[in-house]
Design a protein around this ligand. Structure first.
Ligand code: GAL
Length: 450
């Protein structure tokens, strides 16, 4: 089935002229230069310096050296015919302590990146927050401290004022479910905190900050194209047993609905026991400050999850059945390759009348790559992208309001807790020499967009 799909010709014309094609990145994963030009410490600098947190002890210190090589990499975006380039601003570059004194060198740097994109005819898409919280704010409680609403909006205002004259496409935050879930509940991402007493206040303050930040953006820059991005996985129950079906519903609430639904004005899915306790963190008036009418919602999907009832898992009563145990094709992240997942998620998002427009702001795959001379032949990634884009087209042809697709990601990079091991790029990076090689998948994408 997969190979049959791969055989079909994709044509970008089928998506229409108003469809945004792009590629996505994030500051911490590519920039390196973690302490350069006045940049403050981020929670990822702290977390990665602790033993045993990151695969092979990898650190983001140099990454792809995008901080210095941005011109060459933006030239590659252009060379691959990719019209839209998504990147994020590192909060600690702008405000080394998270608040207070502004670091002009940080603003100057992003101005150069933005201006270079524009000079090359590449449209910049900015994510304001992609997980790299200033450590100084984490020291005061980070996302668990309600004061973060003020810290965040102050940062948003500085970005809007500095870059809003040239940047037309903005995303306020990236994947709140992941940075709160992995960072404040499971402790596997920075800042490494655990448990519901960290997770629930973090969730609520993220929602309030996201909305406050979005309102400020709208007020400051009324004409920009404003969105925010959410992670999602298509969820299926392990069996037809009512217990598995109910467990899958709870997992869906936690994984897919927890942030999206309050933003759409539907409130938290508090029918799930784990989430109910969030009400403790409400202050009068909060209900009115959790909703925002974004121009677009960024949908980020990589896989599906199979969910089974579990008596032993507290709060949620559900476990994910690992893809490794299911005899399915895996990526290097041990995620199942399942292209229909993105179709199902598009249909699900499309069914919310409150969503005006969907853009797939991330989709892609890590596979082990082999360098042969000056080439990297990565047929699995080509097939993955082809099949997923095919599913996006299917949803679109059925009337789904999807108006963009961004590949994750441009170059191999620092993949959070997995370090440099998983390679997601359209472009191979030798992390010792910083040499770039466009992979076959990069060439394939360039041909699609050419
Ligand atoms: C997303 C995240 C990206 C990237 C990608 C691949 O969750 O936004 O930063 O790491 O997953 O794992």
């Amino acid at each position: 089935m997969a190979s049959e799909q791969a055989g079909q010709e994709l044509d970008k014309k089928l998506f229409g002229n108003d469809f945004a094609w792009g590629v996505s990145t994030a500051a911490l994963q590519i920039e390196g230069s973690c302490g350069a030009d006045g940049k403050g410490t981020s929670i990822w600098d702290t977390f990665t310096s602790k033993k045993g947190k990151i695969l092979n002890g990898d650190k983001p210190t140099t990454a792809c050296d995008f901080y210095n090589n941005y011109r060459e990499d933006i030239d590659l975006v252009k060379k691959l015919n990719i019209p839209n380039f998504r990147f994020s601003i590192a909060w600690p570059r702008i405000l080394p302590k998270g608040e207070g004194e502004v670091n002009q060198a940080g603003i100057d740097h992003y101005n150069k990146v933005i201006d270079y994109c524009i000079s090359q005819g590449v449209e910049p898409w900015l994510t304001i927050y992609h997980w790299d919280l200033p450590q100084a704010l984490e020291d005061k409680g980070g996302w668990t401290n309600r004061d973060i609403i003020g810290w965040f909006t102050n940062y948003v205002q500085i970005c809007a004022d500095a870059f809003g004259d040239r940047v037309k496409n903005w995303m306020v935050m990236n994947e709140p479910a992941v940075f709160t879930g992995a960072g404040y509940f499971l402790g596997i991402h920075a800042p490494g905190r655990m448990g519901l007493r960290n997770f629930l206040p973090a969730v609520h303050h993220v929602v309030l900050s996201l909305v406050a930040g979005a309102k400020l953006m709208r007020k400051t820059l009324p004409d920009v194209h404003l969105g925010t991005t959410f992670s999602c996985s298509h969820i299926e129950p392990y069996s037809d047993r009512p217990k598995d079906i109910a467990a899958a519903k709870r997992a869906d609430a936690l994984i897919n609905r927890l942030f999206l639904e309050p933003i759409l004005g539907l409130g938290y899915p508090i029918e799930v026991a784990a989430i109910k306790g969030i009400q403790k963190y409400f202050k009068p008036g909060d209900e009115d400050n959790m909703r925002f009418d974004f121009d677009f919602i960024g949908l980020q999907n990589y896989t599906r999850e199979i969910v089974k009832y579990s008596f032993f898992t507290p709060y949620i009563g559900a476990i994910l059945v690992k893809a490794e145990k299911r005899d399915v094709e895996l990526t290097d992240m041990k995620w199942e390759v399942h292209p229909p997942a993105i179709y199902h998620m598009l249909k699900k998002y499309d069914s919310y009348p409150q969503i005006k427009k969907i853009i797939v702001t991330e989709n892609g795959a890590a596979f082990p790559d082999v360098v042969t001379g000056d080439t990297v032949d990565d047929p699995k990634r080509v097939t993955y992208l082809q099949n997923h884009i095919q599913q996006v087209l299917k949803a679109k042809q059925e009337g789904c309001k999807v108006f963009g697709y961004f590949v994750w990601t441009l170059t191999d990079n620092f993949e959070w807790a997995e370090g440099y091991h998983p390679r997601f790029g359209l472009i191979h990076v030798d992390f010792d020499t910083q040499k770039r090689i466009v992979k076959a998948s990069g060439q394939w994408y360039a041909n699609l967009l050419g």
